[in-house]
Design a protein. Structure first.
Length: 283
């Protein structure tokens, strides 16, 4: 059996391996293909494809992206959901332009959040954050890593549960794409939109079903059923949802390197196996 991984992050967003290193990691782990799906950026796609070509394409790189969206789960509750885009034209002008604007908005939010934390006594500044992580798409994972290194928190997990939590007084909301806009953006770039890790959003079963009904009207095509954080009957449940709503399934580890040290590319927490036949869904 040959295996793939359709959900992988590089240093271009919040992973710790470069796009080129991911190609080598995938080969080392006996994968025949992986999708580079960085958060709200396609900057690493060309680099990964070029490295695979240099190695005579011992592994296929699928150009992808993971777009952050704000979904109104109830009239009083907005939830961040992620839409994966596969086989996109990563040079598409509208896609590149939109992601540039998203990055600029995120940058302004990060500056304000750093200011809030610094004023509260946490050992972090925006200058230090950018000096350490360069031109990456900065996420809360980068905040947590710097806070940990500077002694401001006992662990990255603790940071996410305290000063970086969404209900923290230091947290700053950001502007998101709408699910409809994200799906349209992927489609206009020639790609295929898929809902990422549907069970991570802490929605009830009825809310998940309502979300899928809505996303179907926007053009969602697939749902991520094989996933590192699945437990018990999670995969079976998502497969059932896929059948009910006429969606194909995909699978991915959500590999981030050292930022999620228990997750390995291709195998997740140890027992993830995504068969190559799922690539047919992306063609």
């Amino acid at each position: 059996m040959r295996y793939i991984d359709l959900h992988v992050h590089s240093t271009c967003s919040d992973g710790t391996l470069t796009p080129e290193e991911l190609v080598l990691r995938g080969i080392k782990n006996d994968l025949v293909a992986f999708a580079l799906t960085d958060h709200d950026t396609v900057d690493g796609v060309a680099r990964a494809i070029r490295r695979a070509e240099e190695l005579d394409q011992h592994i296929q790189v699928i150009p992808g992206v993971e777009l952050s969206c704000q979904y109104p789960a109830t009239p009083d509750q907005d939830v961040e959901i992620h839409i994966l885009g596969y086989n996109i034209d990563h040079t598409n002008p509208a896609l590149v332009s939109t992601l540039k604007k998203v990055a600029e908005e995120r940058d302004n939010r990060n500056k304000k959040m750093c200011e809030n934390l610094h004023n509260a006594g946490y050992p972090i500044t925006y200058q230090e954050l950018t000096e350490k992580f360069g031109d990456m798409i900065l996420t809360r994972a980068h905040f947590a890593k710097l806070l940990l290194e500077n002694g401001g928190v006992p662990s990255m997990d603790a940071a996410f549960k305290t000063c970086l939590a969404i209900d923290s007084p230091y947290f700053v909301n950001r502007e998101y794409l709408t699910p409809e806009g994200a799906i349209q953006l992927i489609q206009d770039a020639g790609g295929i939109p898929v809902l990422a890790h549907p069970l991570l959003y802490k929605l009830s079963v009825s809310q998940i079903r309502k979300m899928l009904e809505t996303l179907k009207t926007y053009g969602i095509r697939g749902i991520e059923a094989l996933y590192s954080r699945n437990h018990g009957t999670d995969e079976a449940f998502v497969r059932k949802l896929a059948d009910e709503y006429g969606l194909f399934i995909t699978g991915g580890s959500d590999f981030h390197g050292d930022n999620k040290p228990d997750i390995e590319m291709g195998t997740g927490t140890g027992n993830l196996r995504i068969p190559v036949m799922l690539l047919e869904n992306l063609r």
